[in-house]
Each structure stands twice: as C-alpha cells, then as structure tokens.
Design a protein around this ligand. Structure first.
Ligand SMILES: [Mg+2]
Length: 181
C-alpha cells in the first residue's frame, strides 16, 4: 500500500500575510517576511500545501466570496506560489452562525482533504496564529503548530514559533532525522 501523503494546512491572516481586518482589497495583501521561502521549502520537501482561512466578513455581509478569492489569488502571487495551493477553504460563517460547517475550529475541511488526497494524519500539520487553528488540527487528529509567540509559550505542548519560516526550519530538521528515504 502506498504510504499516505504529507501536507501542511496554513492559516492566512497573521500566518502568511499581515492581518488587515476584513480584507477585501487585493492591493492590501502584504506577505509576512519568510513566508514565501517557507512555502517553497515545504513544497520541495514533498508537502502538499493547503490554505484554510476563516472569512467571517462574508457571513457578516461585509464582502463577497469573490473578494476573498481575489485576495487569495493575490496571496499566492505575492508569495510566488506557482502552481498555487493544492486546495483552499474559505470558511464564510460568522462566529454567531449556529451551525458553522467549515469555520475553524471545525475540523471538517481537514477531514475532507485527508480523505480526498489520502493524507497521512501523522504527517499533516495545521499551522496558524489563533487557538481556533490549533483546535481545528487537534479535532482532526493531525499535528498543530502555533505562530506568533516564542516556542511553546502556552506550555500546552503545541510547538510555537515566531514565524512560519521558523516552523519550517524546525519541521524539515525533524523529518530529516526521522525519514528513511
Ligand atoms: Mg490568523
């Protein structure tokens, strides 16, 4: 049997690009230093890359899904990611939606992609700056990493990094030690 594939699911705002509240204008997409290099190195190491972003501005009626899609395309462009992400989930629900399907911490998108792409949960990471990112990974039974604080600042065993590039350095060093081929 073919071994399961490995993947990294990335939050967008304050993980890959600087957070702009209710971003709907592609000209305001501003990459975080090192994010482009991180994605390239992860892809080169064989990780499938997915974008998983909560966009409650859609559910609140502040902007349309097409605006979020335009910002995501600009994010891929500014990060030099070509071809783009293997998959993108824009979770449109507002926080007061009684039954959000995709809004993190829902693990739904992760679960769907694990099934669709034959991913190995032990080699899947959910990476983001919020507890809802960490929790989505936890609920899906994959690994989580936190961005934006010094490592393991929360003391909860979730590896924590100053940036997605620091995470990438750590992950690739780790897999270099444990990968047989
Ligand atoms: Mg974020």
């Amino acid at each position: 049997m073919e071994p399961g594939k490995k993947a990294v699911f990335l939050d967008r705002d304050d993980t890959l690009i600087h957070n702009v509240p209710y971003l709907a204008d592609p000209s305001k997409v501003d990459p975080i230093p090192g994010a482009s290099e991180a994605l390239q190195r992860l892809r080169d190491a064989g990780y499938l890359l997915f974008l998983f972003t909560n966009q409650s501005g859609i559910g609140r009626g502040y902007y349309q899904r097409a605006d979020a899609e335009a910002c995501n395309r600009e994010t891929e462009k500014r990060l030099g990611l070509s071809p783009g992400f293997e998959g993108i989930c824009i979770a449109p629900e507002s926080p007061d939606d009684p039954e959000p399907v995709y809004r993190k911490p829902s693990p739904r998108y992760l679960e769907e992609m694990i099934s669709l792409h034959g991913l190995d949960p032990e080699q899947v990471w959910m990476v983001g700056d919020k507890e809802s990112d960490v929790e989505a990974g936890r609920r899906a039974g994959v690994n989580s990493a936190r961005i934006g604080k010094s490592r393991d600042a929360e003391g909860d065993g979730v590896p924590t990094f100053a940036s997605v590039l620091h995470f990438t350095d750590w992950l690739l060093a780790l897999s270099g030690e444990t990968t047989e081929d």
